[in-house]
Design a protein around this ligand. Sequence first.
Ligand code: PGA
Length: 255
Amino acid sequence: MKRRSIIAANWKMNGNLSLITEMIIGLNEVQLAENVDVVVCPSFPYLATFSHLAQTENLQQSIHLGSQNVSEQKSGAYTGEISTDMLKECAVQYVIVGHSERRSIYKETSSLVAQKVTQVLDAGLTPILCVGESESERENEQTNAVLSAQLQPVIDSIGIEKFKDVVIAYEPVWAIGTGKTASPEMAQETHRFIREFLALNSSDIAAKVSLLYGGSVNAANCETLFAQPDIDGGLIGGASLKVDEFKIICSTTKG
Ligand code: PGA
């Protein structure tokens, strides 16, 4: 089975109403390969606007809406939190979970991340589960151990079979927002490790999971990164805020 390629835009705490409009109009002009899905993840206040505009502008079917985070709770007295039901009402289909900024700045543990993945799947949404090592962890050759420790609690909590509905984004922390992209060979080697780690539980599921690379991906480096056999697209931060550059990344991606 051919895996779907996914290009996800993580706007972080950036963007505004005019960028939403520009992006929808711009993306509607892109000729996407058949097997490619695009996901745009703006901040919470813009989700409903995005889905409304996507309808009025007749946005192409393979462009989807995602959120950058979600609560691990279903509903209730959790001031400031956003539930999966709320996201669904805004036509969200994907949810970024466990981004390294959530893990490091907001102290999200791998077990909390696992609870969020469970909540997202229970709601019928697709989690984009982020994993990745820091610079010192890579220097100390701990990359594989760190990735295993981030993945295992999710496997324990949802079971390997449900990974068929999970997208994984490998984002080396040292490459995020720094301009220091992992070389295609290094990214491929780590993606292969992640697939092999999943295959310890089920080679069938491992072969089906879309693995995205993230960390300073741009229009100039995306083609060689996405050409690697175990890289099925990207999670794009800075370059996804520039409509023209993001359009190039989307149109360069082969299915
Ligand atoms: P970047 O961010 O593309 O700006 O490095 C990627 C991410 O954090 O998802």
